[in-house]
Write a protein that binds this ligand. Structure first.
Ligand code: CUA
Length: 159
């Protein structure tokens, strides 16, 4: 007549998933941070958005070679473009993007890389990645910044 399982079985059926799910989330977080190199970029510095033309390195945006195979790309976001709009690096290069905004909040994302941050006026964002596969990588603005938002992109060409 009474063929129900003992109560503790039902308790375990709740307890196990409710500990396994957060444990799996912690494992996923550790894997993405340490195995895949995805990290939340911090504030790399402050800058006066109205004085960018007189503030190094943003007075001369562009690509500079720091060491063989290591580059810094200094970029300025402005509705609705990035300056420079295209950078070229050899394959296997490690590129540090140093970016700020001249006007409103923009985004900076390169699909299939860990590069993904917001670009705020007054704030410097910096993130580094390595480009092993040759090809063309799009830099996308992924924060809505006005009527031309969907047209705002730049390119990394890995030769
Ligand atoms: Cu810049 Cu959207």
């Amino acid at each position: 007549m009474n063929n129900r399982l003992p109560l503790y079985v039902y308790e375990w059926l709740w307890i196990l998933p409710s500990t396994a799910i957060p444990a799996a989330m912690i494992v996923a977080m550790l894997l993405s941070a340490f195995a895949m190199g995805i990290q939340v970029p911090g504030v790399a510095g402050r800058v006066d958005p109205l004085a960018l033309d007189a503030t190094p390195p943003f007075d001369k945006p562009g690509l500079r070679e720091l060491a063989p195979g290591r580059y810094e790309a200094v970029m300025v976001a402005l509705t609705w473009t990035f300056t420079p709009n295209e950078i070229r690096v050899p394959r296997g290069s490690t590129v540090t993007f140093t970016v700020t905004s001249r006007d409103v909040i923009h985004g900076f994302m390169i699909p299939n890389t860990p590069i993904n941050f917001m670009v705020l006026p007054g704030q410097i964002a910096r993130q580094t990645t390595r480009f092993d596969a040759p090809g063309q990588y799009l830099i996308l603005c992924h924060e809505y910044c006005g009527i031309g938002h969907h047209l705002m992109f730049a390119k990394v060409i890995v030769e």
